[in-house]
Each structure stands twice: as C-alpha cells, then as structure tokens.
Design a protein around this ligand. Structure first.
Ligand code: NDP
Length: 451
C-alpha cells in the first residue's frame, strides 16, 4: 500500500516538531498538523512566557539590592501592558522560528485539527484526508480545573499570559510547579498573592527539606500560603471573585487561578475507536518505544504522561525517530532527569530525594543552609540550601537538591556528574571555585544524617 506520507505528526509542540524534523532529515516524507499555534505549550503558554515573567518579576528585589550596593535607584513601577506587548511579540517571533524550522526541513504543515479515521488515515478540519505509514500523536495536555460550581470564574495558566491588566490580588489554588511558580512571579510583580494547597506541604514529590525551605521563603516574601486548605465555594461578585475556603474563611480576590494539574489532550481524536489504549487519566498508553496498542500509531510527550517536561518530550520524539526511521530501536532514558522549579529562589533537583533514597538503601545526607554573599550584603535574610544524598555502599551521589538563585542553571551541571556516576569522593576532590555559592557542593565534609 502506498501512503501520502511516511509520517504524520499531530501536534506542533516540542516533541512533535522535533520528531517531524529529525524524521524528515532521514529522507522521510513528513506532515504535521497543529490546530492552535506552532510551538505548543512550552513556547506559547508555558515554559518560555513563564520564564520571561520570572525575569520580569525579579527586578523588584533587585532595585532594593541595588540601593544596598550604593546605587541611587528608586523602586520602579511595573508596567504589565508594556511587558505583555513585548512578551507576545517575542512569542510571535518564536512561533515563526518553529514554522521556519519545519519549512526548511520540508515538513508539510497543516494549520488544522487532525483526527484519526483508521490506523493510517488522518482527517483534517480543512477537509483534507491524508494517509501515512506512521502516525505520531504529540498533542500535549491542558490545564485541569476541578469540577466544581463557580470554577468558570477562575483562570488557568493559559489565561495568565493574556490578562488585560495585572490583578491587585489573586488566589492561586494548588501546590505544584505552576502554582508555586506563579505565586512567586505575581508576588514579584506586586500582586497580593494568596495560595491554597490541600496537602500538608507544597511541591509534593520533591525533597522534604527543600519543600519546607521554599515554603518558608515564599511566606517571607509575603505570599499568604495556606496548606491543608482548599476551595469550597466560588462566586462572581461586583468586586471580583468571592471564595470560601475549607477553613471557613471567605474573601474576594481580583482573580482566582487554578493550577491543579494538567490533563492529556486525547479527547475527540478518534483514538479509542481504533483500539489505542488510554490510561485512567486519559493518557495514551505506550510501550518503552512510545508505540501504542495500534502498531502504526506512536505517541510522545505530555499526552503520554510519563515525565511531563519539554526536554523529555524532545528525547522521546528523537528516540521514536531512531527506532522507526533509523532502524535502531531506542528507549528514552528517564534516569536522573534533572528539573527546576522557577520559584524565587529556584529549586533544582536531580536524582533521588532523601526520603526515596532512604527507602532503598543506607544513605548519608550532606546538607548546608547559608546566607549567600550577594543577598547577605544587601541585608536579605533568605538562605540557600544545598543537599547531597549519598549511598553508603557505593558512595555514589544519588540525589542533589538546591534551593538558590539560579539553581536551575546549577543543577544542569550537577546532573552531568551524577549521570557519570560521581561519588561523594569525586565531589570532594574537585577544587572549589571561590567565592561562589556552589563551592559548598564540594566542601561539605560531615554528614548531617546517616541511616
Ligand atoms: P502538578 O501536578 O505539579 O500540581 C498540581 C497541584 O494541584 C498539586 O498540588 C495537587 O495537589 C493540586 N490539585 C490537583 N487536583 C486538585 C483539586 N481537585 N483540588 C485542589 N488541588 C488539586 O501540576 P501543575 O499544573 O503545577 O503542572 C503540571 C506539570 O507541568 C508538572 O507536573 C510538570 O511536569 C510540568 N511543569 C513543569 C515546570 C518546570 O519544569 N519548571 C513548570 C510548570 C509545569 P496534590 O499534591 O495533593 O495532588
């Protein structure tokens, strides 16, 4: 049977675009459909605009620090409208870059919604029907809002980049990456932030000590963080959005934002009818090679709900191309994937948390908390935290957790050492770079705990 294309990719996000380009480079005939904007969540309404907002929000503190260092600078006023215009111009530029990458790779692009008629046939909202030998579903995810009355009065992370004006006050619901990042961003921009989290401590799944450290610093910055608390009722009033929480406290905010997780985009694609298995959360079930229960259909990225991070989706897309188009069966490597939460300060993590490691084997924990030179001089009290979790038996560093400015940058480098199997003694014999914060990583001599 002849097909119109060798590969049809559904979804123009990080995973889909990379897979399309790399497959096309092997000489395959490739098409890609995207119903919204090229670049996907990461570029259009995720990592990229979020990080630019992180930068924007950081200046408030810097003005105060600058004065402590002798500069005569007043506290400025943040102009959201000006920033937002520039932000969206940048996103337009990046979308153009993504489009050009596809064009230069000879990938046929359909600006349309795609659904599946059969294991090789894609129907587009433009009316076109095309066939492909392989289909890759890379449709990502979308914010999940709890099914409660009044939730329609709240926004999600999708809308936060589009706000006409910055609210004076906001309630953020959730304790994960997005909730904590936006609590810090909006607080930095001068918004009065209240955050409610239903569990005992924010950032579930991260190292306990790091979670506590971040929560404390968030509160010190002025974020009104309440744990063990959830939203009970929401209503729209003339003054804003009225919320009653599970402690019985009622308050009106300019905006309410749910950051209560994300859900895979699998609805309405025609997947179930073809026999593609979906998991309980609606995610596409795939094997180690990203192949679904239907042999011609593969899936990568957030729609599979493995590790929902852009660089992981990209790796999954590339492993798919290695496997299917280069005859070299390749599994994505999920070992020691470092990540960063862009709170203020950031949390960078790689490997096992202290708690997870302790469940597996006897460990030693090296941990330090100190005032960094730069902020201490400026009179700030916030403390940096650095932790190494070490195997007693192999001496390997099993995990590293850093709460500090630029922890995202630091953890990337630590991840290389861990990926190479570095031991605590390898860290010890590395000469410190002085004076830096990260020199603490190679100068911690005595474990704070063992067992
Ligand atoms: P997370 O899964 O990280 O957090 C969701 C939060 O919402 C949790 O605190 C969860 O509580 C809470 N929650 C879930 N359902 C409800 C409910 N019905 N009522 C109240 N609270 C609820 O999701 P995010 O939306 O923050 O982020 C999605 C994913 O995107 C992340 O997991 C990550 O993979 C990725 N991401 C990565 C970033 C980065 O790398 N810096 C930045 C942003 C996103 P509980 O803990 O009790 O379940």
């Amino acid at each position: 049977m002849t097909f119109d294309f060798d590969l049809f990719v559904i979804g123009g996000g990080s995973g889909g675009v990379r897979a399309a380009r790399v497959a096309a480079a092997t000489g395959a005939r490739v098409a890609l459909a995207e119903e919204y904007r090229m670049g996907g969540t990461c570029v259009i309404r995720g990592c990229v605009p979020k990080k630019l907002m992180v930068f924007a929000s950081g200046y408030r503190e810097m003005f105060a620090d600058a004065r402590a260092y002798g500069w005569d600078v007043p506290d400025g006023v943040f102009d959201w409208a000006q920033f937002r215009t520039k932000l969206h111009a940048e996103l337009d530029r990046l979308e153009g870059v993504y489009r050009n990458l596809l064009k230069n790779s000879d990938v046929t692009v359909y600006d349309a919604r795609a659904t599946l008629d059969d294991p090789h046939t894609v129907r587009l909202s433009t009316g076109d029907v095309v066939t492909a030998k392989h289909i890759l579903v890379a449709t990502g995810g979308q914010p999940f809002l709890p099914d409660m009355e009044g939730a329609e009065h709240a926004i999600s992370s999708n809308e936060v980049f589009q706000l006409e004006t910055l609210p004076k006050s906001i309630l953020i619901v959730g304790g994960g990456y997005i909730a904590c990042e936006f609590a810090c961003i909006l607080n930095g921009m001068g918004v009065a932030v209240t955050q409610l989290y239903r569990g005992a401590q924010i950032l579930r799944g991260f190292d306990e000590e790091a979670r506590g450290h971040i929560a404390e610093l968030m509160r010190e910055q002025g974020i009104d963080l309440h744990v063990g608390t959830n939203v009970l009722e929401i209503d729209k009033t003339a003054d804003g959005v009225w919320v009653k929480d599970t402690n019985g406290v009622a308050k009106t905010y300019d905006q309410v934002m749910f950051a209560t997780g994300r859900t895979p985009n699998t609805a309405g694609l025609g997947l179930e009818a073809l026999g593609v298995a979906l998991g309980r959360g609606g995610e596409i079930v795939v094997d180690d090679y990203s192949q679904t229960a239907v042999p011609s259909i593969y899936a990568v990225g957030d729609v599979t709900d493995r590790i929902n991070l852009t660089p992981v989706a990209i790796r999954e897309g590339m492993a798919f191309v290695e496997t299917v188009f280069k005859g070299n069966p390749t599994k994505p490597d999920y070992e020691l994937v470092a990540n960063a939460v862009f709170t203020r300060p950031e949390l960078g993590s790689v490997g096992l948390t202290e708690e997870a490691a302790r469940d597996l084997e006897p460990i030693e924990v090296y941990c330090t908390s100190f005032r960094a030179m730069q902020s201490a001089f400026a009179g700030r009290d916030d403390r940096v935290m650095m932790k190494l979790v070490v195997s007693q038996k192999t001496r390997k560093v099993l995990g590293c957790h850093i709460v500090a400015d630029h922890a995202g940058e630091l953890i990337q480098l630590v991840a290389i050492a861990l990926k190479m199997g570095a031991t605590k003694e390898d860290f010890d014999r590395t000469v410190a770079v002085h004076p830096t914060m990260s020199e603490e990583l190679v100068t911690m001599k005595t474990p704070v705990r063992a067992g």
